[in-house]
Design a protein around this ligand. Structure first.
Ligand code: SF4
Length: 212
């Protein structure tokens, strides 16, 4: 399938993925904000958000491919049993083997995705953050536990409502100011949530705490 073109297909390497970085920290944003978690940032993204703060992730070729076993063993060095797969755009790769191995090792397995590629993997928590720059795949909406819309300008409220209409009724709805626009957008989000209480605000608390 086209979306898996970057995935190496020989048996020996089937379970290898490009890892830009992996680190132990606190989840700073969204529903699980404040919890310790092991982040696995996969390289490769074809979405192209103009305000992306991890543009170094975009080119998958520059990041080392690690086996699923290595990724899981590294994660086990830390006490928390919550793993967050992020990117880049992690759904550029089939993620079934990675999620299965993490679950066998005892992890709660979460993903942060723009939804720009079909869902793969078995997830305990799906944070779906659609972007205007590449439309989400239809398979993602029903599996989203939280819809997190980044607010860069006023038109993003309309964008948020459009996607909220497509997720399940129990999906948690979050509006998060884009970091470079946090001063301008936060007051607008506060007012929007007061008027539309089905939404919550999400802040990038790790940036306030100056942690990764
Ligand atoms: Fe950056 Fe994420 Fe947008 Fe990709 S989807 S360009 S990694 S913000």
């Amino acid at each position: 399938m086209d979306q898996y073109n970057n995935f190496v297909e020989t048996p020996l390497q089937r379970a290898s993925l490009p890892v830009m970085e992996a680190f132990y920290t606190l989840q700073g944003e969204g529903f699980h904000s404040g919890k310790a978690a092991y982040f696995i940032r996969l390289g490769g993204c074809d979405v192209g958000c103009v305000w992306c703060d991890v543009k170094d992730s975009w080119d998958a070729e520059v990041h080392p491919k690690l086996s699923v076993d290595t990724i899981v063993q590294d994660a086990l060095q830390y006490p928390a049993r919550m793993a967050v797969i992020t990117g880049g755009e992690p759904l550029m790769y089939p993620l079934d083997e990675l999620t299965e191995a993490l679950k066998v090792a005892g992890f709660q397995v979460n993903i942060e995705t723009s939804g720009a590629h079909p869902m793969s993997g078995k997830w305990d928590w799906v944070c779906f953050s659609p972007k205007k720059f590449k439309a989400p795949h239809e398979s993602v909406y029903a599996q989203a536990h939280e819809l997190k819309v980044i607010v860069y300008n006023k038109s993003d409220f309309e964008f948020a409502e459009k996607h909220a209409a497509l997720v399940s009724d129990d999906c948690i709805l979050l509006l998060q100011p884009e970091w470079s626009r946090v001063q301008e957008m936060t007051p607008l989000i506060v007012e929007y949530v007061k008027q539309h209480p089905q939404w919550r605000i999400s802040l990038q608390t790790h940036k306030y705490m100056d942690i990764p």
